[in-house]
Structure formats: C-alpha cells, structure tokens
Design a protein around this ligand. Structure first.
Ligand code: XMP
Length: 318
C-alpha cells in the first residue's frame, strides 16, 4: 500500500541512483509542488540541487523575502533573483491579458536561463509537475499548472530546456503531494497555501501594470488574505485574492469628492479549479475588511465582492 513515508524512501533512493553526482537546477515558486519536489531531490543529492526563486515583482506583499527566508531555513540551496524592475519595464503599456502572460512567461525564461548558465555543468532540470499536469499537457489546455514548457512559444529553445528532465511528483495527486511534504516535515502553512497563478498579480491588475498599481493591489490582497487567516476562514476557502479594476469611481471624503480605484475581492470553493463557487463569507468579515481597505490603502475608495460562479465566470478576471 502507498504511504507518504514509503514514497519518500523509494523516491529518494531512485533519485540518488538516477542523478548520482550530477547537478540539477529547479525553479522554486513558493507553491506546494515545487517546494515538495525540491525537498525530495535535496534529500537525495543535497547541494547538487540548485534552486532558483525569481521575484517577478508580481508576488504577494513581502512574499519574496518571506518565502526565500523559509527556503533557506529548510536547508535548500536556493538563490533568490529579484527581477521585478525588468518585468515591470517589459510589461509597461501592455494591457492585453494574453499579451501580459506572454511577456511574463518570456522574461521568466530569460531570467531563469541566465541563472542556469551561472551553474557549471548542470545536466538536469527538475520540475514539480504533478499527475494532473501531465494529463493536462497531453490535452494541451494550458491553464492552472502551465509548466515552463508551455509558456514557451517560438524561437530557439533556451539552453536549460535542453537539459534532461526529472519530475519526481508526476505520479501524484495534489493531496498526495501535501502528505509527502508533511512526512518530510515541511511547514503546514506552506503546504496549505492557496493556489496562486504564475503571472501573479499581473493578471489581477486589469489593464496595464504600473509599480503604483502593484503596490495598491499588494496592500489590498494582504489585508484580505491576512484577515481570512486571522478569522480562521483561510482553510475553508480554496483560493482567494483581489483584483484592481481599471476604473475610477466617485467617493466622498469630508467635503471633498474623490475619484479613485475600485477593487474586487474574490474567494472561491473548488476541488480542481475547473469549476468553482463563490464563498459565502460572513457579512461582518466583509464589512470589516472593506473598512480596513478603504481606510488603509491610498488610492482605493470602493470595494466589491464577486458573487459569480465558474462557469461561466473564471476565477481570475483575466
Ligand atoms: P481560471 O481563471 O481559468 O483559473 O478560472 C483557474 C485556476 O488557474 C489559475 N490560473 C493560472 N495559473 N498561469 C497559472 O499558473 C496562468 O496564466 C493562470 N490563469 C489562471 C487560477 O489562479 C486558478 O487557480
């Protein structure tokens, strides 16, 4: 019978055998899959696993620093690369959702490729691909767990993609990945994280992206998600986040009229992201959160809650 402990034991032995003294490079995202994959491979080959964690500038508030710190404490050989400025510059003026995804995917590959070149004689690329991703890439739908490969469209392959591929989780479902992570002692908070899209806040800022919009949305998102945690609601929700709308709405402050941004809060229940229902969050929670956002985030004067299910409304707004 399958147990997480036996999976870890067999997989680590297999990885030792397969990888020997070879060097392996892996992109960490802060998510469950890449973290569990890295931990497994690190158990097998230690410092010969080179992890790269890229800050695309579209992560949650303080996420890059916090998660990088956590990875270091876990003993992973990880390099944090802050490429925020480069992503923002390349994204300037682009407001088409697919256009933004393409830019973010391309720049990620360029940054990752540059970093992979810094490692001498690397021969493997490790990925946190799980079983549902394998199915999905066969049916070529893209979507939730678009791997590095599917981001890539035209032109010559970056060098790291010519590496041999190792994917230790590609027979597991998400809940099994969590159990494997738990059996290796990975922090519960990390294992229980909501899914977060690769393009990050880039597809939650509707329209074009600026540093100021990123700052605003990071604040809003932080108030919302931290509030869910504080009130014991986080684990009851499959995914939650906020969107910044490309419209200004009128408000009043004292005797003045304001003309500022409107934001959307979205929280859904789901099992796989293919269908989803909006979550009936307590009114008191929504009320408290809305006040905190409007009083605390400069430039935002209106908060709305998304009560649309998927289908037809997707989880993300872009
Ligand atoms: P939608 O918006 O299609 O989202 O209902 C379903 C799930 O997929 C995530 N998502 C993405 N993940 N790259 C990703 O890595 C993307 O471009 C992307 N678009 C959507 C979304 O967060 C949700 O979990």
């Amino acid at each position: 019978t399958w147990t997480p402990d036996s999976f870890v034991e067999t997989t680590v032995a297999e990885l030792k055998e397969k990888l020997g003294n070879d060097k392996v490079v892996l992109g960490l995202s802060g998510g469950v899959d890449s973290t569990v994959a890295a931990t497994l491979i690190s158990k097998a080959i230690g410092k010969n696993l080179y992890c790269i964690f890229v800050n695309n500038g579209l992560l949650r508030k303080n996420e890059f620093e916090n998660v990088l710190d956590q990875y270091k404490h876990m003993g992973l050989n990880v390099k944090g690369v802050d490429a925020s400025a480069r992503f923002l510059k390349e994204l300037a003026g682009e407001s088409d959702p697919e256009g933004k995804r393409k830019i973010i995917g391309r720049v990620f590959i360029e940054v990752f490729d540059d970093e992979a070149h810094e490692i001498q004689d690397v021969s493997w690329l490790a990925q946190g691909t799980i079983y549902p991703d394998v199915i999905e890439s066969v049916s070529a739908t893209g979507g939730p767990s678009a791997t590095i490969k599917s981001h890539h469209n035209v032109g010559g392959l970056p060098d790291f993609m010519k590496l041999k591929i190792v994917e230790p989780l590609n027979t597991l479902f998400k809940d099994e990945v969590r159990r494997v992570g738990r059996s290796m002692g990975i922090d519960e908070e990390l294992l229980g994280r909501h899914p977060f899209p690769g393009p990050g806040l880039g597809i939650r800022i509707l329209g074009d992206i600026t540093a100021e919009k990123v700052r605003m949305l990071q604040e809003v998102d932080h108030i919302f998600v931290q509030g869910l945690k504080d009130d014991g609601l986080y684990d009851k929700v499959w995914q939650a986040g906020a969107m910044l709308l490309p419209v200004n709405s009128v408000g009043v402050m004292g005797d003045e009229r304001t003309y500022e941004k409107a934001v959307v809060l979205r929280a859904v229940e789901s099992t796989d992201g293919m269908t989803a229902d909006w979550v009936n969050l307590p009114y008191e929670f929504l009320q408290k959160t809305s006040n905190k956002i409007i009083n605390g985030v400069k430039g935002v004067n209106r908060v709305v809650y998304d009560i649309s299910s998927k289908p037809p409304a997707t989880i993300e707004w872009e």
